[in-house]
Design a protein around this ligand. Sequence first.
Ligand code: G3P
Length: 232
Amino acid sequence: MKFFLDTANIEEIKQAHAWGVIDGVTTNPSLVAKEGGDLVERIYQICQIVEGPVSAETVATDWEGMVREGRLLAQISEHVVVKVPLTVDGIRATRILADDGIDVNVTLCFQAAQALVAAKAGAAYISPFMGRLDDISSDGTRLIEEIVQIYANYPELGTEVLAASIRHPMHVTQTALAGADVCTLPFSTLRKLVNHPLTDSGLKSFLDDWAGVPDPDVAGQVERWLAARSGD
Ligand code: G3P
């Protein structure tokens, strides 16, 4: 499964990219506005850092405006994926942009039938918002499972399931079990994926026990062992 980082914060992207586990980035108008709204230069910088798919969202609501904005956004970098909302105009714009050879991420998906329409319009990615469904006591995981199953039934569709609106590590696990192609997650959630209290306590007990050996310097031990055998 690919991991995309769901943020427009350059520092978070640099930190996550250094881990070597990030395959792309998704942004949306709220995430970019939170960083000050300098969309174009920010998207360009992000593309330079991750060198993978970077979603930049249109803000027009009419298909003509989405197509105009999308064609311009796509010129920022070869890595730009144009994000449009799953509306009638968004679907129409998706078809036009896809026929232009521009990758489109259709966002704000909340039911499987929407995902089928987006795929038929040529979307490169569909973004079902599982967290916002869970937030209202609906089943976000079920939505991911349905879309994965529908797309598997029709492999000619070619759209990737990009699980979005991720709230916590269990969402990541659930999307992976469901077979999503991509999970886009906030940096805070990425950090939580790694952390576990039993890992921390287990490491502490290893190190406490090791501290009691005569020579706890592993590197030094190996270097001396190698030096003693250099003449073998
Ligand atoms: O960026 C798309 C999506 O991941 C936003 O999720 O619900 O946390 O705003 P949310």
